[in-house]
Design a binder for this molecule. Sequence first.
Ligand SMILES: *Cc1c(COP(=O)(O)O)cnc(C)c1O
Length: 385
Amino acid sequence: MMGRHDPVEFAAMPFNDLGAQRRRLAGKIDQAILRVLERGDFILGLEVEELEAELAAFCGAKEAISCSNGTDALALVLMALRVKPGDAILCPSFTFAATAEVIAWFGATPIFVDVHPGTFNMDPASLEAGIATARQLGLNPAGVIPVDLFGQPADYDALLPIADFHGLWCLCDAAQSFGSDYKGRKVGSIGLAASVSFFPAKPLGCYGDGGAVLTSDVELARTIRSLRVHGQGTDKYDNVRIGLNGRLDTVQAAVLLQKLTVFRDEIAARNRIAAAYTKALSDVVRVPVVLDRCISVWAQYTLRVDPGRRADLAAALKRRGIPTAIYYRKPLHHQRAYQDYPRAATGLRVSEKLAEEVISLPMHPYLDEQSQDRIIEAVREAVVP
Ligand SMILES: *Cc1c(COP(=O)(O)O)cnc(C)c1O
């Protein structure tokens, strides 16, 4: 048994240990990259096609269109749907800026909606209120972008009927949740489309920027493939629509194909760690709520503590070499760039409260039991008076 002041116990641990995954896959990833370097098909090469087939199969979508990053994945869908000024798109305020940013790119109006305090995901009642707000402002509610925050799917059985009733399409921002399950279905097979990010720190990350759109709407997929390459028609120099350069590099696809071979195993590991955290901490802090028959990929494991105690908890953990992170310190409707956009008339009280309460613990598939115990013990000691 190690003493409380054993130096080993105080060695700093990483928040997200990409190095451990790298050690597991190093030989295979190096070989895969080398094959691309030797072949030289850097743009839309062999592995891009292979990856798209695997991503689609993984989540049960008809089509996967890889692209430059998770933000462009969102934008490609909005572009294909011809989102325009006068359109209102409903999205949560408690999310990463990219979700609302892409709406503004097209001159449409993001309308901020509140979230559920337990799951951090879009609150259906607030979505209803936001749609009413859009109409009161003379805007055309066109779509909704629920976010699967911290790796757990939003409550689509509650959200989709509301979207359908009001004639809204649903684009799932699955940047953090690729690989997760919603009541027996994989994210990517829900709604009109889902956007994914392969940013290095996401549950499935590459070695740079990357993303994908998943959809079973074959026509939408065809349009997005064209938009991804400058709106190309029959060939490279035939332009039938205004698009962008939004491709995924072949090298990144080769990296992702190798990482996909261990992804299911990593999701299982993340779930074991989350279960250990929840079991050991639920009596002293508010732990994240996972909906019945849903499986999160735990992009983050996020606690809620009383606002006055969050800084102390972070400092206490830091003294013991345990890093924490706060996602997100400011809801989007409090950010300078987004503060003037409309909000659901019933308010965004939960988003505002969460911004003061949330704190995320180290979470990655290679967090060993000794480290888990060290984190659990440190949290308990810090919060139990
Ligand atoms: C990371 C993220 C994005 C953007 O993905 P990038 O690949 O960084 O462009 C969008 N939405 C959410 C919720 C994210 O977490």
